[in-house]
Design a protein around this ligand. Sequence first.
Ligand SMILES: [Zn+2]
Length: 199
Amino acid sequence: MTERKMVYPGDEVGEAEEFLAGPGTYVEDHKILAATVGELGFDEKEFMVYVTPAKPINVVKLGDIVIAIVDDLKSSMVTLGIERIEHKDRFVMGETHAAIHVAKCSHDYVRELEDVYRITDVVRARVIQAGPSIQLDTRDDDLGVIKGRCEVCRQSMVLKDGRLWCEECERFEARKISSRYGADNSPGVETSPIETKGA
Ligand SMILES: [Zn+2]
């Protein structure tokens, strides 16, 4: 009963005849189902099951290195959805929105955001503000795009002469490329410890 259990929407968490359906749950066909991603709880006094929603914003901490996917380019910032936190992969729940201000993208002057990031890029970034909104920084060498797709054919691009090259279309695209470009970016596999550079 003291064990923490994460549940997902639609997971069966109890029988409606047996327990009360508490916050974060609903009843369907006499079964109590989780309505949200979160931690399952049980109120022994009320005989009630409930789900405490997971708060991804609390999981991301200042200084964390995160893997995020670019979902939009605004006038002065890139917005991303955080996929996972390095070293804490399993604790990222749901979607977490973050942004990188143009001045925090690269040590080089950025004329156009499209010269550094494009939608669907997979980016390795450092958290420089964890709340109320999550702000990221990718200026260091090991930060930036670790996987980019060609704007034309959507194929994954390879590193060539310090730029991204599409072998299909035989064309280059500019990015702020991480020194770890092409290194593993699949969940659950860990890379080397985070090296932090001075400012
Ligand atoms: Zn292409």
